[in-house]
Design a protein around this ligand. Structure first.
Ligand SMILES: [Zn+2]
Length: 479
C-alpha cells in the first residue's frame, strides 16, 4: 500500500525589535535571568499592554513578502493556558483576525516548482523559559513578551525534503527582510510540524500528531522522516494514530509522546480587552510594501539573467543576503565576461577557508580586500598562475594575512607563458629526448605527454601547461 504524508508547519520567529511586544523591556539575548522584566510583561494586575509599533510593521512586512492579504480589521485575543513559564496564565495572541492570511511561497524541490499555501501569520508574545536543574525547576521571564510572529502553512507539504526547502526559503526571506536574526540556537526561530499520513488517492486527512522540539532544519527533516514511517507502520499493523503532541528526541533519534493535543476550544480564546480592535490603514501597508527589498527568488532570477549563472549557483549564492550582495560586488569587479568563475571561487575555495575558520563566507577577511581576490582569479584566467597554485596561495594568504599578489611575487610563482623564455627549454628537451621525438613523429601520442612532462620538470612546474604542447609540436615540425 502506498501512503502519502501530509505536513503543515508552524514557524515561530522572534521579531528583531529593541523592546518587547507590549512593554518597554529590552529583548537582548543572554542577560542574567529575570533582569529584563517589568510589571506589564510579568502580568501584574492593573497594568496595560501597549502594542510595539515596530513589531506590528514587521508583521505586515512579512505578510506582504509571503503574498498574504493584510487584514483591514485586526485584533488581539487572550489564549488561556496554565503553565509555569506564563506569568499571566494567558498569552496575548491573535485568534480569528490575524494580521495577514491567505498567502503562498513557491519552493523548488529537485528542480520542480511547488507552491505551499500560507494560512496565516499572526503576532503574539513569547512565554518565559523553564530551566530544569537537578531536582528544581527555575523560570526566566526575560523571554516573556518578546514579539513572536507565527507563520502557519497549509497542509501542502508532502515530503520531509519539501519541508526542508520551505523552511530554508522562509528563513532566507526573513533574513532578507531584516525582521529577525533567525538564530535557531537562541530560539529565535522555532518550528513545529503537524503530520499525518493517508493512503495515496484519498482526500480525507488522517489523524495528525504534532512534532515539537526540533532545533535545526535537519532535525525537522529527520523527525518527519521518522514520524511518517512510525505512522505508516502503525496503520499497517491495524493500530490507530492518536492525536497527540510528540517531541523529537535528538539523542535516541525517535519521536516520543509528550501530551494529548489541545483543541482551540481548550484555550478558551476571547478578545484581549486591554487592546482594542483596530483598522490597518492601507497607506501604511503601501508604505511598508515599498521597503521590501529584492527577495532571494527575484535576486536569483536576476543573477541567472544578468550574469549567466546556473540555477544551482544562483540559488546557493542568493540564500544569504549579505553573501549575495558581496558576491555581486565581486562579479562586477571582475572585468572578464564569464562571471561564473567568480562564483566558483566564492562557493569553492572561499567557502572552504571560511569553513576552516568557522566563520560565515561573507565575513571572511581577505588580505588586500576584494581587489586581491579578483586579481588572483584574473591571474588564473590569464594563465599567469595555475589553478592549483592559486588555491594554495589563497589559503596561505588567509592564514598569514599577506595579500596573495605579494605571495606570488615573493615566491616567484608566475607561470612561464611567454614564448621567448620557454623556447630554449623546449629546444633543450627536444635535443635530449631524440627517441621520444621520433616516437611522436611516428604517431605515438603518449610521447608528447612525456615531453611536456620534461618541460614542466625543467621549469619546476612553472611552464604554462596550456601553451607547452603546441610549442613543442611546432618546434618538432621544424626540427
Ligand atoms: Zn516588560
Amino acid at each position: 500500500m502506498e501512503y502519502e504524508p501530509v505536513i503543515g508547519l508552524e514557524v515561530h520567529t522572534h521579531l528583531k525589535t529593541q523592546t518587547k511586544a507590549f512593554c518597554g523591556c529590552s529583548t537582548e539575548f543572554g542577560a542574567k535571568p529575570n533582569t529584563q522584566v517589568c510589571p506589564i510583561c510579568l502580568g501584574f494586575p492593573g497594568t496595560l499592554p501597549v502594542l510595539n509599533k515596530k513589531a506590528f510593521e514587521f508583521a505586515i512586512k512579512v505578510g506582504l513578502a509571503l503574498n498574504c492579504k493584510i487584514q483591514k480589521h485586526t485584533k488581539f485575543d487572550r489564549k488561556n493556558y496554565f503553565y509555569p513559564d506564563l506569568p499571566k496564565d494567558y498569552q496575548i495572541s491573535q485568534y480569528d483576525q490575524p494580521i495577514s492570511s491567505g498567502g503562498f511561497l513557491d519552493i523548488d524541490v529537485e528542480g520542480k516548482p511547488v507552491r505551499i499555501g500560507i494560512t496565516r501569520a499572526h503576532l503574539e508574545e513569547d512565554a518565559g523559559k523553564l530551566i530544569h536543574k537537578d531536582n528544581v525547576s527555575l523560570v526566566d521571564f526575560n523571554r516573556t513578551g518578546i514579539p513572536l510572529l507565527e507563520i502557519v502553512s497549509e497542509p501542502d507539504i508532502h515530503s520531509p525534503q519539501e519541508a526542508y526547502e520551505y523552511l530554508s526559503l522562509l528563513k532566507s526571506i526573513l533574513e532578507y527582510l531584516e525582521v529577525s536574526d533567525c538564530d535557531m540556537e537562541k530560539g529565535s526561530l522555532r518550528c513545529d510540524a503537524n503530520v499525518s499520513v493517508r493512503k495515496k488517492g484519498e482526500t480525507k486527512l488522517g489523524t495528525k500528531t504534532e512534532l515539537k522540539n526540533m532545533n535545526s532544519f535537519k532535525g525537522v527533516r529527520d523527525a518527519l522522516d521518522y514520524e511518517i514511517k512510525r505512522q505508516i507502520e502503525a496503520l499497517e499493523n491495524g493500530e490507530k494514530i492518536i492525536q497527540q503532541t510528540m517531541a523529537w528526541d535528538t539523542k535516541s533519534l525517535c519521536t516520543v509522546p509528550m501530551r494529548t493535543k489541545e483543541e482551540a476550544k481548550d484555550y478558551r480564546y476571547f478578545p484581549e480587552p486591554d487592546l482594542t480592535a483596530f483598522v490597518i490603514e492601507s497607506d501604511l501597508v503601501e508604505a511598508i510594501r515599498k521597503t521590501i527589498p529584492e527577495l532571494p527568488k527575484e535576486k536569483s532570477a536576476r543573477f541567472i539573467k544578468e550574469y549567466g549563472l546556473s540555477e544551482y549557483d544562483a540559488k546557493v549564492v542568493t540564500a544569504f543576503k549579505k553573501f549575495a550582495d558581496i558576491t555581486e560586488k565581486r562579479m562586477n569587479l571582475y572585468p572578464g565576461k564569464d562571471k561564473k568563475i567568480v562564483v566558483n571561487w566564492s562557493t569553492g575555495p572561499l567557502f572552504q577557508e571560511a569553513n576552516n575558520l568557522n566563520c560565515n563566507p561573507e565575513d571572511l577577511n581577505i588580505p588586500g580586500g576584494d581587489e586581491e581576490f579578483i586579481n588572483l582569479i584574473k591571474f588564473v584566467e590569464e594563465g599567469k598562475i595555475s589553478n592549483l597554485t592559486a588555491k594554495a596561495v589563497f589559503s596561505e594568504s588567509i592564514s598569514s594575512g599577506t595579500p596573495s599578489s605579494k605571495i606570488i611575487q615573493d615566491k616567484n610563482l608566475f607561470q612561464i607563458s611567454d614564448m621567448g623564455s620557454l623556447e630554449s627549454t623546449i629546444d633543450e628537451v627536444i635535443r635530449e629526448n631524440k627517441k621520444s621525438v621520433d616516437d611522436f613523429k611516428q604517431g605515438k601520442a603518449n610521447a608528447l605527454m612525456f615531453l611536456v612532462g620534461q618541460v614542466m620538470k625543467k621549469t619546476k612546474g612553472k611552464a604554462n601547461p596550456k601553451v607547452v604542447p603546441d610549442m613543442l609540436k611546432r618546434r618538432m615540425d621544424n626540427a
